[in-house]
Design a protein around this ligand. Structure first.
Ligand code: PRT
Ligand code: ZN
Length: 286
């Protein structure tokens, strides 16, 4: 029997589009029509399950799926026996403690004896006990941010990304309890055939991720400054240098990290680089 790898992704929510995009970027094609719970890839031995994010760690733990994509926040709250294999760089957010705007916050000790509404009692409980703070946790599953205004709690501990939800509810963020992003998880005891398929998938995920983090750069450099320019451009191995038709000049090609991009370009300009072109990379195999 031909083995298929089973992956669980969020059906509809903040991680859905990026999870689908990630698989498609790996060259995997599948139908993900509305209302579908399961889909099979046409060109990779992969079966995709569309589930609620909260259920994904359990389904992976119970071997219903081999792997899954879920937020680290959900994973930490669940305490399932699964292994995190790769950070995926999307779904970034933080779990934070927030208080009414007018509260004069000094330190985490201000939460002593407070009633805190949250959907993350386990993560918050650990954080508070690490800080020797005793508070009363009220676990609610949604609309945590309205709890203080209706008198249900004095503070909240909720997921924040832009901060606008807290702001519009008259709250301010005062402590970060944890940072989170989407991760790829796998079940324990994956058989050899499934592991081989996972390695193949991971190879493609990593190639796409490196491509996103890097840029391809081309520029013209006066030969007398080549040495300095090459020093600025590390490249995958080292930059490619080709002579230009005009004597005394060379074309230099390299790959640079997106985070260093502007600084590198400024330094190149200082060393006399001209005609700098920067291109996105589709895949980067290292
Ligand atoms: O239906 P299902 O159970 O699958 O989805 P869900 O409603 O439980 O989760 P969903 O889709 O909202 O979030 C899925 C995952 O996305 C979360 O577990 C996080 O890992 C991640 N994520 C990233 C976020 C946010 N950003 C986020 N902003 N999850 C929730 N929010 C909510 C937050 O709860 C708050 O209500 O957005 C609001 C705050 O946003 P800002 O931008 O106003 O700060
Ligand atoms: Zn959920």
């Amino acid at each position: 029997m031909d083995r298929k790898l089973k992956i669980a992704i969020q059906k509809s929510g903040r991680l859905s589009d990026d999870s689908v995009k990630l698989l498609k970027k790996c060259g995997i094609s599948f139908g993900n029509g509305l209302g579908k719970l399961r889909s099979e890839a046409n060109n990779f031995p992969l079966e995709i399950f569309f589930l609620r994010d909260d259920d994904i760690p359990n389904y992976v733990e119970d071997s219903v799926a081999d792997i899954g994509i879920v937020g680290e926040n959900v994973l930490a709250e669940k305490d399932c026996e699964v292994e995190t294999i790769e950070k995926l760089g999307f779904g970034k957010c933080r779990l934070s403690l927030a208080l009414p705007k007018s509260f004069e916050y000094v330190s985490v000790k201000d939460f002593e004896g407070k009633r805190i509404a949250t959907s993350y009692p386990k993560i918050l409980g650990n954080f508070l006990s690490k800080n020797n703070v005793e508070a009363e946790l009220h676990t609610i599953s949604g609309s945590v941010e309205i709890a203080p205004s209706i008198g249900l709690a004095d503070a909240v501990c909720d997921i924040v990304s832009s901060g606008s939800t807290l702001f519009t509810n008259g709250l301010k963020e005062v402590e970060t309890v944890m940072r989170s992003e989407a991760v790829l998880i796998k079940r324990k005891g994956l058989d050899e055939d499934s592991q081989k398929l996972l390695n193949k998938l991971l190879f493609r995920i990593r190639a796409g991720k490196s491509a996103e983090e890097n840029k391809y750069i081309l520029l013209n450099a006066p030969n007398e400054n080549l040495e300095k320019i090459i020093e600025i451009l590390p490249g995958m191995r080292s930059p490619s240098v080709l002579p230009l038709a005009e004597s005394g000049w060379s074309s230099v090609h390299s790959v640079i990290n997106e985070n260093d991009f502007w600084e590198v370009v400024e330094n190149l300009k200082t060393e006399g680089a001209e005609g700098v072109l920067v291109l996105s990379i589709d895949q980067m195999i290292q």
